[in-house]
Ligand binder design. Sequence first.
Ligand code: HT7
Ligand code: ZN
Length: 874
Amino acid sequence: PKPTFLHDYRPPAYRVTHTELSFDLEPGATRVKASLHLERHPQREAGSPLMLDGEQLELKSIAIDGQPLDDDEYSLSETGLTVHRVPERFRLDTEVEIAPEENTALEGLYLSNGMYCTQCEAEGFRRITFYPDRPDVMATFSTTVIGDQARLPVLLSNGNPVERGELPNGKHFVTWEDPHPKPCYLFALVGGDLKKVEDRFTTMSGREVALQIWVEEENLGKTGHAMASLKRAMKWDEETYGREYDLDLFMIVAVNDFNMGAMENKGLNIFNSAAVLTHPKTATDVAFQRVESIVAHEYFHNWSGNRVTCRDWFQLSLKEGFTVFRDQCFSADANSAPVKRIEDASFFRTAQFAEDAGPTAHPVRPDHYIEIGNFYTLTIYEKGAEVVRMLCNLVGWETFRRGSDLYFERFDGQAVTIEDFVSCMAEVSGLDLSQFMRWYSQAGTPEIDAYGEYDYANAEYHLTLRQRTPVTPGQADKQPLHIPVRMGLVGTKSGRDLSLNLEGEDLGTAAVIHLREAEQSFVFTDVSEAPVPSLLRGFSAPVQLRFPYSREDLAFLLANDSDGFNRWDAGQRLAMLALDDLIAAHRNGVEKVMDPRIVEAFRALLERGSDDKAVLAEMLTLPSEAYIAEQQPLVDVDAIHAARTFVKQSLAVTLRDEFMALFEANRSDEPYAPEPEQIGARSLKNVALSYLMAIEDEQGIELTQAQFDADHNMTDVRHALTLLTHSSRDELADPALRAFGEKWAHDPLVMDQWFSLQVTRPQADALDRVKFLMAHPAFSMKNPNNIRALIGAFANQNRVNFHRADGESYRLLADVVIELNRLNPEVAARLITPLTRWQRFDEARQGLMKGELERIRAERLSPNVYEVVEKALA
Ligand code: HT7
Ligand code: ZN
C-alpha cells in the first residue's frame, strides 16, 4: 500500500451539491441507489475524468443525466470507478449491491445483533456506494430506507423524516432529509427492531428539539444518564460557546458491535452500547462519567466537526483535539475539576508519552499516512486537546471564546484546516502564533530540564529552563517550541506563594512564563524567602519536566502547594523517587527498605483529609505500573511490580488503622447517584480497601466480601470482586467470580467487566485464564468490546503476565492479531500496540516480541496492520 501525503492535497475535480440515496435492506442482496448532483470544482481544470471511491461494491447500473453508460465510458477497479468524460454539471445515477451480513470490519453498512447500522468515518462510505469519499465534498442528503416492516420496524437516517409509507411484500419505507451540507463520513443509517426513550430540549432561541435514544427493548431502563448528560451538554454548549443545536431532532442509537466509542453523524449519533447504557447495578462510576463525556463529545462535534469540518484527514485533530478540549472542560465543570485534570494528565503522561516515544510517533498533524484508520490516536485526540488548551491559556478564555466565535462564523459550512483555526486565535489576540504552530508539525514529547537557585544576598531566584525534543521516526531535526509554563514560587518559611517579579513586571503570585528558546533564564527579583518552585502547574504544557527536587522539597510541595494538581504531582514524584530505589534494590537482589518519608507524607495526607475526597483518593493512589515503566530507561516489569507492591504493602502495614478509619468514614447506604460527592467518597473508601487487601488483612477481607455480597452498586461490587480476584486466595476469588458470571451471563457489558478483572490478575495463571475465557459463550472474536475487555486488558494492563519471560503471551497476542487482521483490520491494528514497544525491554524479550511481529508480517496483511507492523520493525 502507498502512503497519502499532505503536500499532495488538491481540491476535488467535481463537487456534489446534493445526494439522493435509496437503500433496500434485503437480506443477502442489499441494494443502494445513488443520484449524485455534480459540478466541476471552479479551481479545477475542465475535462477531468470523474473519479469516485468504491470498495466491495457490485455495480448494477450507471447513467449520466438518465443515459446509461456504455462499458467503455467508464472503468472499475478494486478501489473505485472512473468515468472518462463528463459534462460540467450533471446527475450520476448508480445502483450497487452490497453485503452487510458479511461485513465483520464494521466499516460501511453492517449488521449488529440483527440491526443494520453504519460507520462511515473515516472512509467507510466508499463501502456503501461510489462517491468522492473525502471530507471536503459537502452535500445535502435525502435518504430513503426500505426494509421489512416486521424485522426492521425502525428506519433512521440523518436529518428529519419527511415521508413514510407501506410497500408490497411486507416492506415499508421512510425518507429522511438533512438540510445541512455534510461530508459523507457523517452519513448514517439504522434499521432494526428498536425502542426509544424520548425527551425535549428548548434551545436558547426558543426552538423545541426532540431528543431520542434508541436501544434494544431490554435496555430501555439504562438510558436515563445518557439523556440527562445530553441535555446538560446542549445547555453547556449554549452557555459556554454560544452554540445552539440546528435540527428539530437529535437521535442516539446504541449498538453492540462498534470499533470505537461513538460517532457524531449529523442528527443521528451512533454509539457503542458501552458508551451510552448505564444503570447503578451494571455500570461503575467510571462508566457513568465516561458516558457523560462521550455523549457530550459527540454532541459538541455538531459544531466542532460537522458545521465546520476538516479539509482532509490530515486535519483530523482540528475537530478531535478541539472537541476533546471542549468535553474535558464540560466534565471538569460537571464534576471535580482538579480530579478531572489529574485523571486526564496522568493518563496522558502514561499513554500518550509512550506513543510519542515509540515507533508509531507522529505529529498532531501528520504529513503522511497509509491508513487513516490508524490515526485515531492519543496524539491526535489528547495531545491535540492539550495544544488547544495551551492556546486557550495563552490568549485567555475571553479571547479564546472570541476566536472560537470567529472560527464558527467565518467557516460555517466549510471544510477547513488547522491554520484556519489558529489564525482566528491569532487575529483576535494579536499574538504571533507562528512558533506555536510547531506543536502541530513536530512529533515527540519535549523534555524540559529546569534548574533553580536562590540568591540570598540579592533576594533573587534564578530559574533556567532547557528544552529538547527527542528524535522521532522520520523527524531527526527538532526546533524549540513555544511552551507556556505556569508556575509559582512557594516560600519555604511561610508555605505561601511569593510575589513574582520578573524583569520589573509584577506577575502576582502565579504566572505563565513563556519558554521559546532552547535555553532561557528567568530572574525573579524581590524574592523575600528561599522558595521551592512549583512548575508546570495544572500540567500547563504536554511536556516531561525534570527538576532536581529533593524528597524534602517534594514533601513540602505536597503539603503546601496552592495548586491542587501540583500537590498531587509532588506526591507522585516523591513516590517515584522511592520506587526507583526499590526497583534498583530488587534488580540487585538487595533487601528492600521503605523510605519513612513516604510513610510520613501519606500519614500527613490521611490526617489532614480533604474537602475534595476524589482529590485525596488520587493523592493516595501510587503511580501505576505503566507510568512507572514510562519513567524507566529499561523496563523491568517484575522489578516494577515487586517495588510497587512493596510500597503499597509497607504503607498498608504502617497505616492500617488509618486506612480502616478512612474506609469506615466513607461507607454509606445512600441510594446510588453518579454525583461528584458520592463518587469521591466511594473512591476514597475503595482506595482504603485496596490498601487493606494489599496485605490481605483479615478484617479487610471480611469487609471486601461483605461489600461484594451487599450488591449495592456496580462500582463497589466490581471493586470488591477485583480485590478478591487479584488476591492470592483462590478460595475467595473463585466462588465470587462464579456467582457474578452466572448472575450477569445475559448482560454483555457486565460480562466484559468480568473478563477484564480476571485477566488483569497478577497471578501466574492469567494467560491460561485468557485462553479459557476466549472459549466462553459470552466472548466473540467479532465483537470489539469483547476483544478490548479480554485481550486488550490482558496485554495492556497485566504487565507481569503479558511480558512473561517465555513469550507465550506475545504469541497469543500475535495469533489474535492474525485472526483479526482478516475479520476487523481497524481493531487488529490497534491491538498490536504493546508489541510495538519492544525497544523498551531487555534483549530476550525484544527478540521474542520482534519474532511475533515478524510472524504477523509474513501474513497477507490489511493496510492497517501492515502500516503498524512495518513501523514497529523499521
Ligand atoms: N469521530 C469519531 C471517530 C470514529 C471512528 C474512526 C474510525 C473508525 C471507527 C470510528 N468510530 C468513530 C468518534 C469521535 O471522535 O467522536
Ligand atoms: Zn471526536
